[in-house]
Design a protein around this ligand. Structure first.
Ligand code: C2O
Ligand code: CU
Ligand code: CU
Length: 489
């Protein structure tokens, strides 16, 4: 292992906080990559019924003793939910923790009362039973807790899982799709282990964005390797970290093909050598392998502007080994990635019914206001297109996530976004003082009293209140008032 050396860029005056977190070359890669199991389901009245239970447990990540962790149906992370467009889904979610949690379906288009945000708490010992019909393109979503003020800690302890959605359009394409074999999910998280092998949950005060761990877990595997058996390997990567940005690339800098973004496949593959993901963002990419070779997935220093005189570099200068890929001596042939993928209808040609703007300001506000569970910030009208202008106004990087919808990035810092950001997105990275214009259409209205969230997905910011609430209204309907959150029993 070599290639990238230490890349620390000391900032003047910040030597105190400039700890060494470059792990390239130090990772043993001696643990087989864990693949989250596919969740089992039963059929009930035509619906697929899944059970999830959040509980505390212990996980062996590395020698030196087990780590106290949380997980769904296991001690760390959760099973992958696999479903198709058109499926009726039902969940029974149980909370075996000693505190209130929620399960949010990030990126899913669903009724607000099924969203699993802060208004759908599940008390200790309680149960919650959401259901909805899948009506969105094939992609990889994820689920995670969203209790207001506690999301960072709940996710950090291990509560996260994936949702694979399939549809006819993606099935018709010759893409790698054997789960865990040539279609491999990677949940990438940074953690610091203390001397007793426990997660270090202390906020990193060298950064205003929250915890940055100095070691990487992939699907809860420390130092992972994957044995590839096919010539083309599809990697679906989730940045499942609280705060850290990654710029993924291969150790020999070879190109790969990006085929999808947060909310679906792109219209055509994009050839690239690097891709940056902020927390909650996903990418879907295909790497070509040669028989018998070894190549590492790595995170390179992130190339974004943060323009901040007083913040540390937020770990932006760190490089990490992520995953070693060992290709078998004989690889099963796989077809070339099709030159055209799916049709992504552009919202840019449509009339904009409402424009809104959002100024994200550390530590805790959007447009000068902090999240208030009892305040609905606005209502959008169903089936109209809105343009949201989202800005970082404090020089820090933030990212912006909207519930219920997949949006299109119309511009980034006044320019056309790069090709890999021209598909469906639910989370977008803003550079320090950066600006994104987003186009979106909400296609179903529900209860004017039950809001969806929009927020910065840097979890410390979200917990501190960089979040707001909206509802999707029928024509002529008014914003309601938030009723006391109903709790699950
Ligand atoms: Cu990933 Cu509001 O959530
Ligand atoms: Cu979400
Ligand atoms: Cu933020």
């Amino acid at each position: 292992a070599a290639g990238v050396g230490t890349t620390a860029v000391p900032l003047a005056g910040c030597g105190l906080f400039n700890k060494e977190t470059d792990t390239v070359g130090n990772v043993p890669f001696d643990n087989r990559l864990k693949i989250p199991p596919l969740a089992e389901h039963t059929e009930k009245g035509g619906a697929k019924h899944f059970e999830l239970a959040a509980a505390a447990g212990e996980t062996e990540f590395k020698p030196g003793g087990a780590t106290a962790t949380w997980g769904y149906n296991g001690s760390y992370l959760g099973p992958t939910i696999r479903a198709r467009r058109g499926d009726d889904l039902r969940f029974t979610v149980r909370n075996h923790l000693e505190e209130t949690t929620t399960v949010h379906f990030h990126g899913a288009h669903l009724p607000a009362e099924m969203d699993g945000g802060p208004h759908q708490p599940i008390e200790p010992g309680g149960t919650w039973e959401p259901e909805w019909t899948v009506d969105q393109p094939a992609t990889m979503l994820w689920y995670h807790p969203h209790p207001h003020g506690n999301t960072a800690r709940h996710i950090f302890r291990g509560l996260s899982g994936l949702i694979y959605l399939d549809d006819d359009a993606s099935d018709a394409l010759d893409l790698p799709r054997e789960y865990g074999v040539d279609d491999v999910p990677l949940i990438v998280q940074d953690r610091t282990f203390d001397g007793a092998n426990q997660f270090d949950e202390d906020e990193d005060f060298s950064s205003s964005t929250g915890i940055h761990g100095d070691e990487i877990l992939v699907n809860g595997t420390y130092g992972p390797y994957f044995e590839a058996t096919t010539r083309r390997l599809r990697l679906r990567i989730l940045n499942g970290s609280n705060a850290r940005l990654y710029t993924f690339g291969l150790s020999d800098e070879r190109d790969f093909q990006i085929i999808g973004s947060d909310g679906g496949l792109l219209s055509a593959p994009v050839t690239a050598g690097r891709i940056t993901l902020s927390p909650a963002e996903r990418t879907d990419l295909v790497v070509e392998l040669r028989p018998g070779e070894t190549v590492d997935l790595r995170s390179y220093p992130v190339e974004v502007e943060i323009n901040s005189p007083f913040d540390r570099n937020n770990g932006l200068d760190d490089s990490f080994d992520i995953l070693r890929i060992r290709a078998a001596d004989e690889l099963a042939d796989s077809p070339e990635v099709p030159g055209e993928l799916i049709e992504v209808p552009s919202l840019a040609a449509e009339a904009v019914a409402a424009e809104r703007s959002f100024a994200l300001q550390s530590p805790d506000s959007i447009n000068g206001e902090s999240m208030d569970m009892n305040r609905i910030d606005f209502g959008t009208e169903v089936d109209t297109v809105e343009e949201w202008t989202v800005r970082s106004t404090d020089g820090f990087q933030h990212n912006f996530h909207v519930h219920d919808v997949q949006f299109q990035v119309a511009s980034l810092n006044g320019e056309e976004p790069p090709a890999h950001l021209r598909g469906w997105k639910d989370t977008v990275l803003l550079e320090g003082n950066g600006e994104a214009k987003l186009l979106m259409r909400f296609t179903a209205y529900t209860d004017p009293d039950v809001p969806y969230m929009y927020h910065c997905h840097i979890l410390l910011h979200e917990d501190q209140g960089m979040m707001g609430q909206f509802v999707v209204l029928g024509h002529g309907e008014d914003v309601g008032t938030v009723s006391a959150p109903s709790s699950g029993h």
